[in-house]
Design a protein around this ligand. Structure first.
Ligand SMILES: *Cc1c(COP(=O)(O)O)cnc(C)c1O
Length: 456
């Protein structure tokens, strides 16, 4: 087998500034040990997120010039609308400035006190928007999804039996929607199978509960369906995507992921009344329905990106380059969620740093160590992000303590990836020296963005 090469050439480059471990130690301390508070120029390999960090293609940059900035009825909007309709088959397409704006609108309308929104695993902003509406956010992930070291093809699946039981226990009237995240970002970037999507749809239909998809990484999920699920090997990504969306009543999307754009998102749905309610809120918070908080040029870039992201040479390279990191980590026994997901490698910080208890935030400590050792920026997905407190102030830890290394789309080359794995393996060999953290400042919602820490 040949090496799978990056299916693109580089036309424009950005510098990486090199720093020493000593300099990074000082930078980290000044940033209160929170990677979100480090300046990007002080990061060498930035794996904080794959959101909005994609390299756009020359076609997309050409689209930026073509962008029609008319306030109402811009041509770029119609190209955007057609691109989204073509993939989702949904008639009502509402642009938003990013994914969470779509979430804010849908949960303001459908959420509220006394209700439960069920998911395989909600992403942090989705969960926050549900909780902000007064509703409760419920994750019902399949059993395999909770075992980091045990590989399975579709670890993002929703637990269908638990869904049935939950509906029985609480009553369908209190469940305004079920939303399945593809791929399951917070649960390891793991895909959801078509069979599972169909099963969720059928339970929802039976109980007359609307079924939505959080479609941020729909193309990566469809590629996993193509390569792992029986009956899809000969279907195109577009065909698989259409089948998948045909099961849903609506979707939210951040175009900063599989839109290959630097900003943008949308809400799509089949119900006209819901679309009208959504547009009313959109006008108050985002903008007129043909731009929704975006410039015409952004809509143009998204329309092009949504098609480029479904190209198979791209998806093959994308999924393979992340698998490749996993294989390198295996050679040194570094613990991570297996198999690797679609957009990221999730280091298992509890297994990596067994000497640090959850209330000393092993994921955050590992992030700090990777930054100092190699200028690599990852993000904690564990008790900093999802932890809660008991009444006595003690921590209710998250289900898993992870560090996500998200790979920006079309940005880093194989040597950047090789360097990254070398740094991780080096940190792993000296893991006993890493110490935990204590939180010294935090906010009530999405605390991980701004929290400050002290090294213990
Ligand atoms: C990024 C993301 C969101 C939120 O989108 P933003 O554009 O960052 O607001 C929602 N769900 C998932 C699964 C995501 O990855």
């Amino acid at each position: 087998m040949h090496t799978i090469i990056e299916p693109f050439k580089i036309k424009s480059v950005e510098p990486i500034y090199f720093t020493t471990p000593q300099q990074r130690q000082n930078i980290l301390q000044k940033a209160f040990y929170n990677p979100f508070l480090i300046q990007a120029k002080d990061v060498m390999i930035d794996l904080l997120t794959d959101s909005g960090t994609s390299a756009m293609s020359s076609e997309q940059w050409a689209g930026i010039m073509r962008g029609d900035e008319s306030y109402a009825g811009s041509e770029s909007f119609f190209r955007f609308e057609t691109a989204v309709q073509n993939i989702t088959g949904m008639p009502y397409i509402i642009p938003t400035h990013q994914g969470r704006a779509a979430e804010k609108i849908i949960f303001s309308i459908m959420g509220g006190k006394g209700k439960y929104v069920i998911s395989n695993t909600l992403f942090d902003t989705t969960r926050a928007n549900i909780e902000f509406s007064g509703a409760e956010a419920i994750d019902l992930l399949c059993a395999e999804g909770k075992l980091p070291s045990v590989p399975a093809p579709f670890k993002g699946n929703l637990d269908i039996e638990a869904l049935e039981q939950f509906i029985m226990a609480k009553g369908a009237r209190r469940i305004p929607l079920v939303i399945v995240t593809i791929t399951n970002n917070s649960g390891g970037g793991q895909p959801v199978s078509m069979a599972n999507i169909r099963a969720v749809k059928s339970v929802c239909n039976k109980h007359h509960i609307p079924f939505f998809i959080d479609a941020c990484r729909f193309a990566e999920n469809c590629y996993f369906i193509k390569t792992r699920e029986d009956g899809y090997a000969n279907k195109s990504i577009l065909e698989i995507a259409r089948e998948l969306f045909s099961c849903a009543d609506g979707c939210t999307m951040s175009a900063k992921k599989d839109g290959l754009a630097n900003i943008g998102g949308f809400l799509a749905m089949r119900d006209e009344t819901l679309a009208m309610q959504s547009r009313n809120l959109l006008i108050i918070t985002e903008g007129f329905p043909t731009y929704g908080g975006l410039a015409g040029r952004d809509l143009e870039a998204i329309a092009i990106g949504l098609n480029e992201v479904m190209e198979e040479p791209y998806l093959k390279y994308r999924i393979r380059s992340i698998e490749y990191i996993g294989e390198k980590l295996d050679t040194a026994g570094v613990p991570y969620i297996k198999p690797t997901g679609g957009h990221a490698v999730y280091l298992d910080a509890s297994a990596f740093l067994p000497h640090i208890s959850p209330d000393q935030y092993p994921g955050q400590a590992l992030c700090g160590a990777l930054y100092v050792a190699g200028g690599i920026r990852g993000v904690e997905i564990g008790s900093v992000m999802f932890g809660k407190y008991r009444e006595d102030g003690s921590l209710i830890p998250a289900g898993m303590e992870l560090v996500r290394l998200a790979i920006p789309r079309r940005v880093y080359t194989q040597s950047h990836i090789d360097y990254t794995t070398e740094v991780i393996i080096n940190v792993f060999s000296q893991r006993e020296n890493i110490t935990g953290y204590k939180i010294i400042y935090e906010t009530p919602y999405l605390r991980h963005f701004t929290a400050r820490f002290e090294s213990l």
